[in-house]
Design a protein around this ligand. Structure first.
Ligand code: COA
Length: 260
């Protein structure tokens, strides 16, 4: 089935997914969420895809939140189901097993900030703006924002952003660990693609193991997390890529990882 609200491109081993509703600042309506589910499941299953970039179409926004015109008329049951749907989508991204980079050019507000937080790395243009403005609508973040923001910034900052609902700029987001890198607006595409290509050249099982150990292992206590890490280490040791990586070091050459 074709996508109405997403653009999908393959750039070598990098899949670039663009939320494409620029006239609505790429707001997430139910259909766009469903398309994101489908696009990420497909990216996860496709072995030729090593890294995913997620971005928003147009000059102004990554994603300006959940679609307020849909939110305005929901019943409580529909609201709960919408939140659950968004949470599932965010979790699919978080547990994809391949690095997902959020490329944030402009507004990442509400569900847009939550979407960026579900990605593994965030690279922002200096024009990016972040915020959880749901309080201004009489509601709270519902796609996991209260939980992921808490884990990224700690309680004080998460509470400040959610309780006050003010926007912050890219520099402040960098200071708060919300973004990994800030680049000039004109360099955002190139810088994100370069980062994605660097990751795509790495051993995919090792990438997966790192993501799982940090994300799934990180949700356990220290003993459980360390055990998870040791098991993942053993799994990597069963790959040809680990043989290649270690041999290449000893032979003073660049490793060629094949994903086996
Ligand atoms: N849901 C639905 N539509 C949205 C939207 C959202 N979250 N964010 C923006 N839009 C729409 C606007 O309604 C407008 O549509 P229209 O041209 O048909 O009227 C279009 O996108 C452009 O937005 P506009 O508000 O005119 O742009 P702006 O530059 O003046 O302001 C923002 C930009 C981001 C500050 C403003 O759009 C905004 O506050 N958006 C909502 C952010 C939010 O609260 N997100 C959390 C939702 S839970």
């Amino acid at each position: 089935m074709p996508f109405e609200n997403l653009l999908i491109e393959n750039l070598g081993a990098v899949r670039r997914i663009t939320v494409n509703r620029p006239d609505k600042l790429n707001a997430l309506n139910a259909q766009t969420l469903a398309e994101l589910d489908r696009a990420f499941v497909a990216a996860g299953e496709d072995t030729s895809v090593r890294v995913v970039i997620l971005r928003g179409a147009g000059e102004k926004a990554f994603v300006a939140g959940a679609d307020i015109s849909e939110l305005a008329v929901v019943t409580p049951v529909q609201a709960r189901d919408f939140a659950r749907h968004g949470q599932r989508t965010m979790r699919t991204i978080e547990l994809l097993g391949k690095p997902v980079i959020a490329q944030v050019n402009g507004y990442a507000l509400g569900g847009g900030m939550e979407l960026a937080l579900a990605c593994h790395l965030r690279i922002a243009s200096e024009k990016a703006r972040f915020g959880q403005p749901e309080i201004n609508l009489g509601v709270l973040p519902g796609f996991g924002g209260t939980q992921r923001l808490l884990r990224v910034t700690g309680r004080g900052v998460a509470l400040e952003l959610c309780l006050i609902g003010a926007q912050i700029d890219a520099t402040r987001a960098y200071e708060l660990n919300i973004v990994n890198r800030v680049v000039a607006a004109g360099e955002l595409d190139t810088a994100t693609l370069a980062l994605a290509e660097q990751l795509a050249a790495s051993a995919p099982e090792a990438l997966r193991s790192i993501l799982d150990a940090v994300i799934i292992g990180g949700e356990a206590d220290l003993v459980g997390g360390l055990d998870y890490e040791a098991q993942a280490f053993a799994t990597c040791a069963a790959t040809e890529d680990m043989r290649e990586g270690t041999r290449a070091f000893l032979e003073r050459r660049k490793a060629q990882f094949t994903g086996k």
